[in-house]
Design a protein around this ligand. Sequence first.
Ligand code: WA2
Length: 281
Amino acid sequence: NYGKFAFGRNQTLTSMCDERARMLQDQFNVSMNHVHALAILVSTFHHGKHPSAIDQKTFGEYTERTSFERPLTSGVAYALKVLHSEREQFEKQIGWTIKKMETEDQTLVQDCTPENLDPAPVQDEYAPVILSQETVSHIVSIDMMSGKEDRENILRARASGKGVLTSPFKLLKSNHLGVVLTFAVYNTDLPPDATPEQRIEATVGYLGASYDVPSLVEKLLHQLASKQTIVVNVYDTTNASAPINMYGDEVTDTGLLRVSSLDFGDPSRKHEMHCRFKQKP
Ligand code: WA2
């Protein structure tokens, strides 16, 4: 390991941490681009063809076979924009009722298959999942607007036309903190300067990907064989006075620390990677 004599301890930590942060950021960016392309695929082949050229079987197979293009994601799904006035017709046509996301009691959620979830209460509009990768099939029929983080993402995605990220939260059927990335799907090719109102009006649905951050960062770091040398933490630092630990054990260590910046492509969220040596000098 030339780093041990070519650089000091501090520079070694800096370069190792920056390299890992860059790798994580690049992989996230690559998968974000592919999720964006999936939103265009749904727009072209589901909304752009009559009848639609995509059903659950096609979407399930296509997303599973292309999952190698979306490193760090645990699954992708598509939710439709359904106004209350369209609900009855929608439910009759699709053959199931729109379900409410259970978030009060997370221990119960683990057993909540769509069959034993409650119907969504009356709202102005809903975002039921109609297509999913097999890995997240448990969210089919659930109204994504009935979950706080998912709802905020949907509203921000459609008004902005950009890919947006949630704060870290406990995903359904997962014991870890994760994040959701959302792209809105529109019924027209909107100009880049379209107003938020025009965007909301043209919205037909939401393509989202979930990221199980701890297991995916673990997988990435594992490939680097550095786990004996450094300890890594990933934080959501959007609220600078209350950072959220997304990966790694809580640290009390006050030794040498490197903070590398992470850019996950949503300017309204801030992330950092913190690295420390395992062994004291
Ligand atoms: N996907 C997977 N697991 C989840 C989740 C989610 N949201 N929310 C809570 N647990 C269809 O933005 C639209 C995906 C939401 C997209």
